[in-house]
Each structure stands twice: as C-alpha cells, then as structure tokens.
Design a protein around this ligand. Sequence first.
Ligand SMILES: NC(=O)c1ccc[n+]([C@@H]2O[C@H](COP(=O)([O-])OP(=O)(O)OC[C@H]3O[C@@H](n4cnc5c(N)ncnc54)[C@H](OP(=O)(O)O)[C@@H]3O)[C@@H](O)[C@H]2O)c1
Length: 191
Amino acid sequence: MTHISIIGTGAMAQAISGIVTKGGNTVELLGQSDAARSITGDIVVLAVPYPAVDQVIAERPGQFDGKIVVDITNPLNFETFDSLVVPAEGSAAQVIAEKLPNSTVLKAFNTTFAGTLASGAVGPLPTTVLIAGDDSDAKATLSGIVSAGGVKAVDAGALKRAREMEALGFLQLTLAASERISWTGGFGVAA
Ligand SMILES: NC(=O)c1ccc[n+]([C@@H]2O[C@H](COP(=O)([O-])OP(=O)(O)OC[C@H]3O[C@@H](n4cnc5c(N)ncnc54)[C@H](OP(=O)(O)O)[C@@H]3O)[C@@H](O)[C@H]2O)c1
C-alpha cells in the first residue's frame, strides 16, 4: 500500500484521489489552508495551477526531498490561451525537476481530463495515463497505482517527453475550450 499526498483539492485532485483509493492505496488532500501541515505521502501530486507551483514549493522547504513528485500541470498562458509559459525546448516538469533536485519528478495525468479519469473511458477507449520520467522504478510505482485504480497507464519515456505531453495537453484543452470536443472526451490511446 502506498500513501499519496495530493496538493490541491480541485477537479483533478478529486479524480486522482478516486483512482488512488479505488486501488486500495491511501491519500491525503492538502488545500491552501493546509500549508502548515507536513506532507505525509511517499508520492506527492501537484494538483494546482502551474503558476501556484512556486508558492507550493516555497511553503514546504525540504518536504519534497526523497519523494516522487508528480507534475500534472498544463502550463498555459491564461491571458492569451494561445501558448505555454515554459521554455519552448523544455516543459513545466523539467522546470519543476530543476527546482526539486532531491526529488524524483514524473509527468503524468496532464493529457486526461478530470472527467475521463473519473469515468475511466474516453469515448470507446479506456482512459490512459501517460507517465514520463527518468526513473523506471518511480514510473512503475505510479503505473501500478493507476492500474490498480482501474485506469490504464503507459510509460511515455524520459522526462524530456513531458514537452510533447504538455503540447498534447495544451491542444486538447484548446479543443475543449472552443467546444470542438467535450470535457468528457479528448485523446485516447489504443495499444
Ligand atoms: N481539469 C482537468 O481536466 C485537467 C486535466 C489535466 C491537467 N490539469 C491540470 O491539473 C491542475 C489542477 O487543475 P484542476 O482542474 O484540478 O484545477 P481546480 O479545480 O481549479 O483546482 C486547483 C486547486 O489548486 C489549489 N491551489 C491554487 N493555488 C494554490 C496555492 N498557491 N497553493 C495550494 N493550492 C493552490 C486550489 O485551491 P482553492 O480551491 O483554495 O483555490 C484548488 O484546490 C492544473 O495544473 C491543470 O493544468 C487539469
């Protein structure tokens, strides 16, 4: 059994929490008012908007050390809704990994809408969580938790693949925001 801390209590936090508990693992959700509470999980999911990540890290010095940290953000420019705010050759996940050198950072969940994580399906396909990272054991651990919760998981490669995952998440968001697809749809993965 793995204990997971989720920072954030919104749509994604709730959906990921549902998967974690369905698989027999335990979870704590830490909202903004819980900044003084220490992280107790071995895995920490950053389920907050990308601009809030710096504050979350600053509020919890040393608390991410030795832990698997899962970045789920889509770092959109919310003013233009037309670009990402991270370096073109990089990703939010790589920026976060540089800020947390004593943690194992994974990118996951950013290409699945909260609704499809909760339902377990994207149209006719099972929901698939892509997981990128440089540590195979960490990816296997997260993959096991996701699979136990009834959702498929696929290893997307090294952390540098987060760039492509964020591009995919960005495109999916713009499609839903412009009502070309629904928030319960999105990209599926057929194995
Ligand atoms: N929604 C999706 O389908 C989806 C899909 C893929 C990826 N994502 C990504 O997942 C992340 C969360 O999205 P969401 O849809 O779950 O958003 P949400 O429903 O708006 O929830 C965001 C959560 O972050 C918390 N928060 C904001 N600023 C914070 C801070 N400085 N410190 C601590 N907590 C803070 C909010 O707390 P309060 O409620 O107190 O403001 C809230 O609990 C985002 O990075 C988003 O890009 C979302």
